[in-house]
Design a binder for this molecule. Structure first.
Ligand SMILES: [Zn+2]
Length: 351
């Protein structure tokens, strides 16, 4: 059955960082938008407008002084925010549009206007903390989006799955003491930003609601699929999410210049299917993705296409495919899964 999939696409997202030499280049979205406009894709999805996040919406996650700090970069040709992160004249505007575009994607899914949605925006967000821009991120789009969904739609249980190569330290921080948002991250370890150890599991009422599964370089489709199916799925079924949000970074792609993982476009389609099935099972299919990293422009475009086709229902990864894929993993994968289960079991006795 095909689904009505919403896509946030807006040429204003190209403006941030224009003219810089940086891996998080406007070309990433130029290539993705060309793919979307291709005759074989163009009619398959529904456009969702971008909008600016309001000050109040940003301040659910970020300190007012930090929003002021980013605002004063507007119109200046270059402001260095951290060794990896630069604001250009239009960055403040673009970053507000990124968070706002994702909130519109969430509203579209929550209202039933679309079944699921993908916000193809930049700058990315998951490293941005309450008072810090970092790792190419300005405002934390997914955290602002989750806060919005809690406030506007009165939700009580949101699952955030973060498959970006890097740990979403900003997102973890935003919900570390929160039981309404379950944050699940896979990431390459060791790697930037250095957080995301398995022992980081939340605090106070949020204890057990942050789950980190660091993976050694070289993790492939099969290992990722196993981690999602054998660790995330049982926990998610117990948590019973009302909405699933995804920090969709494509830097675990096999040809990414920043990573050493081996995930293929088909692998990302498999992860998408696992999450879509969870969403169908628990929350009427409601799932919204937001673009994070992914720096091999050609590979990124292939991965986004594979994920979108799965969301639309144009392709459908079957249970047989998932089982066959997982059957190929060896003893090292068993140890990764077993160790993570031991950590998670006291909080989620579901295995
Ligand atoms: Zn990343």
């Amino acid at each position: 059955m095909s689904k009505n999939t919403g896509v946030v696409e807006d040429l204003r997202y190209i403006r941030h960082g224009a003219g810089l030499t940086h891996p998080e280049t406007p070309e990433r979205l130029v290539a993705i938008y060309e793919m979307l406009d291709n005759p074989d894709m163009a009619w398959k999805w529904t456009g969702i407008d971008a909008r600016h996040a309001t000050r109040g919406e940003l301040e659910r996650v970020h300190r007012p002084s930090f929003v002021d700090f980013i605002a004063q970069t507007a119109g200046k040709s270059m402001t260095i925010l951290d060794p990896d992160t630069v604001a250009t004249a239009e960055t403040y505007d673009t970053a507000r549009l990124a968070a706002g575009g994702f909130m519109n994607a969430i509203d579209s899914v929550m209202s039933g206007e679309t079944d699921n949605a993908f916000a193809l925006v930049r700058p990315p967000g998951h490293h941005a903390q309450a008072a810090t821009a970092a790792g190419f991120c300005i405002f934390n789009n997914i955290a602002v989006g989750a806060r919005h969904a809690l406030a506007r739609w009165g939700l009580e249980r949101i699952l955030i799955a973060d498959w970006d190569l890097h740990h979403g330290n900003g997102t973890q921080e935003a919900f570390y003491e929160e039981s309404r948002v379950l944050y699940f991250s896979t990431h390459q370890s060791p790697g930037y930003p250095g957080t995301g150890g398995p022992e980081e599991m939340g605090k106070g009422p949020g204890l057990g609601y942050t789950l980190n599964v660091p993976l050694r370089p070289g993790a492939d489709d099969a290992l990722y699929v196993r981690v999602f199916r054998e660790l995330l799925c049982p926990v998610a079924r117990s948590f019973r999410p009302e909405l699933i949000l995804v920090s969709a970074g494509f830097d675990p792609y096999i040809g990414d210049p920043l990573g050493e993982m081996k995930v293929t476009p088909e692998g990302f389609a498999c992860l998408t299917r696992v999450l879509l099935d969870l969403a169908d099972e628990w929350c009427g299919g409601r799932l919204a993705m937001v673009l994070e990293g992914g720096y091999n422009v050609q590979g990124l475009t292939k991965c986004v296409r594979a994920v979108l086709l799965e969301m639309i229902g144009e392709t459908r990864v079957t249970e047989e495919t998932l089982i066959r894929m997982v059957g190929e993993t060896g003893g090292q994968a068993d140890r990764v899964i077993d160790r993570a289960r031991e950590r998670i079991e006291p909080f989620w006795p579901v295995f």
